[in-house]
Design a protein around this ligand. Structure first.
Ligand SMILES: Cc1cc2nc3c(=O)[nH]c(=O)nc-3n(C[C@H](O)[C@H](O)[C@H](O)COP(=O)(O)OP(=O)(O)OC[C@H]3O[C@@H](n4cnc5c(N)ncnc54)[C@H](O)[C@@H]3O)c2cc1C
Length: 497
């Protein structure tokens, strides 16, 4: 009942029943297609600056992040973490042994309530009050400067495409017939599946695998690559894999899906390291990539180039139509909410004020919110590895950080790649509790052109997890103490005796 109320409150915000689209103005300075993070931030800033602005959303304001992405997943991860802490309190800290009732419905209720509460910020009425003309309906370009929605034509000076992505469904024989979950449906589950098979070991697959394992599912993750989290430093991904394995997740890497049979249970036929195997499950979660929402957008009519992965943009996020820009996941540049937000801030200047902001100047970190978290900023690790001698690495094991030991979360490490001979940060990977929060300090340093020694000059409260940063700076400083410099110091102390 209360759950229903939360859902109704969210829907009243993100797609109010009975909403009447406004009458289109003769011409808009800015028309934004898609009401996820990228579209909402673009529209709010443009309208705030006085530009006549329209926003078109076909489904839910807030897009993936609010409704079926970051928000519900992080709420469930938090609940799963609490369950796990309770279940391990005795063995880890001598606390009371807990063997109580598990209430998945309560965890889902909490998630829905928080999601409903947060949805007010993305609501259609709030955006209308900000001065944005909010249209619900399918947007379709009808020319180089017109978009049709709900029987009206919107004429624009600039337009921004922010239509995001949706789950890619792999062409596995039998999968459709057996049925599967995606991020669009898993947050509506009423019960924990007894056995959950996750196809895809990327961030979404890993986060949800850990959450559901902690809720009591027997989870198997199937990944075609040879590690989970294939975009990250393999050693860091290995720490996350070990944590998942400790939570009881079965990890099948180098695994190709052959076919799926049955409905209840389902049987997944896979080939693993060249051998056939079968995995039985009660539910399948597909988390094996994303495809762009470009169909039916009329991009050809607008002269906007696209391919199977994205709307193609230049360094200033402009498409092949000079009036039309794109932001967020649809650009396939960095599929994160904070990236969509950063794109949006940039694109308003580029589209409305002849700005020359470049997307490649942005420093965009990312984080997978498993426990421990895995965060990264800067160049991709393959590029750093390929760079060989151009970089030098400083690695601090978390075991050297008192707070990590005190909390019992000392698996993991910080690795900072510096440009050889300087303290300029090229990339950093941190696998640790709260890694996402801590990496933000490195992001800030990189964006401001500060080096590792500037971080080391700051005073960190003791004991904190963030001290790992100062330790990295100390380690780098110590390295500069070459035998020659040390010799000079020794000589100095001899003469001042
Ligand atoms: C399970 C999951 C967890 C995630 N967790 C995180 C996280 O912790 N941190 C993080 O940074 N990122 C996370 N992400 C990624 C994040 O959700 C996306 O990067 C973000 O939502 C991108 O915003 P966007 O505006 O580009 O697109 P979207 O949020 O996808 O919004 C696009 C909008 O466009 C609308 N639309 C599409 N086509 C049309 C059309 N023709 N006409 C009108 N409207 C249209 C859609 O309905 C949608 O509302 C997660 C994603 C998932 C799936």
């Amino acid at each position: 009942m209360q759950d229903n109320a939360a859902e109704q409150a969210r829907i009243a915000n993100v797609h109010p029943p009975g909403w009447e689209n406004p009458r289109a103005k003769d011409r808009y300075h800015m028309v934004v297609v898609g009401g996820g993070t990228g579209g909402l931030v673009t529209a709010a800033i443009a309208a705030g600056l006085g530009a006549t602005t329209a926003l078109i959303e076909r489904h839910w304001m807030g897009g993936d992040c609010l409704n079926v992405g970051c928000v519900p997943s992080k709420a469930l991860l938090r609940a799963a973490r609490a369950w796990h802490a309770a279940a391990t309190a005795h063995e880890r800290f001598g606390g009371p042994a807990v063997a109580g009732q598990r209430d998945f419905a309560a965890a889902m209720r909490r998630m829905r309530q928080i999601r409903a509460d947060i949805s007010g910020l993305d609501s259609a009425s709030r955006f209308r009050d900000l001065g944005v003309d909010v249209f619900f309906g399918e947007a379709r370009f009808t020319g180089v400067d017109t978009i049709a929605v709900d029987g009206q034509d919107l004429c624009f000076r600039s337009a921004v495409i922010a239509t995001g992505t949706r789950p890619a469904i792999p062409p596995i024989p039998g999968l459709a017939e057996s049925g599967f979950l995606t991020n669009e449906t898993i947050f509506s589950l009423a019960e924990v599946p007894r056995r959950l098979a996750v196809i895809g070991g990327g961030p979404i697959g890993c986060e949800l695998a850990q959450a559901f394992a902690r809720f009591g599912s027997a989870v198997t993750v199937m990944e075609q690559g040879d590690t989970l989290l294939g975009k990250d430093d393999p050693e860091a991904a290995g720490v996350v894999s070990a944590a998942l394995a400790r939570d009881g997740v079965r990890l099948l890497t180098n695994t190709t899906m052959e076919r799926v049979d049955g409905t209840n249970p389902v049987v997944l036929h896979v080939t693993r390291n060249g051998r056939s195997e079968q995995v039985e499950a009660d539910a399948i979660l597909v988390a094996s990539g994303r495809v762009p929402n470009v169909e039916d957008l009329g991009l050809d009519a607008a002269g906007v180039g696209f391919d199977e992965r994205r709307v193609i943009t230049d360094d200033r996020l402009r498409t092949s139509n000079r009036r039309v820009f794109a932001v967020g996941d649809i650009t396939a540049r960095a599929p994160f909410t904070h990236a969509a937000d950063a794109h949006a801030r940039m694109v308003v200047q580029n589209a409305l004020f002849f700005g020359r902001k470049k997307v490649t100047d942005l420093v965009i970190p990312w984080c997978t919110y498993t426990q421990p978290e895995l965060a990264h900023v800067g160049m991709k690790w393959e590029a750093v590895n390929a760079g060989g001698d151009e970089f030098e690495a400083v690695t601090i094991p978390l075991h050297d950080v008192d707070r990590a030991r005190l909390d019992g979360d000392d698996e993991g490490f910080l690795r900072v790649h510096l440009r050889k001979g300087s303290d300029r940060i090229a990339a950093a990977t941190l696998v640790a509790d709260h890694a996402g929060d801590i990496i933000a300090q490195l992001s800030m340093a990189m964006q401001q052109g500060l080096g590792l020694s500037a971080i080391g000059a700051a005073i960190f409260p003791y004991p904190t997890h963030a001290e790992v940063l100062r330790k990295a700076a100390d380690a780098w400083r110590k390295r500069k103490l070459t035998p020659r410099v040390l010799g000079l110091f020794r000589f100095f102390f001899r003469i001042v005796r």
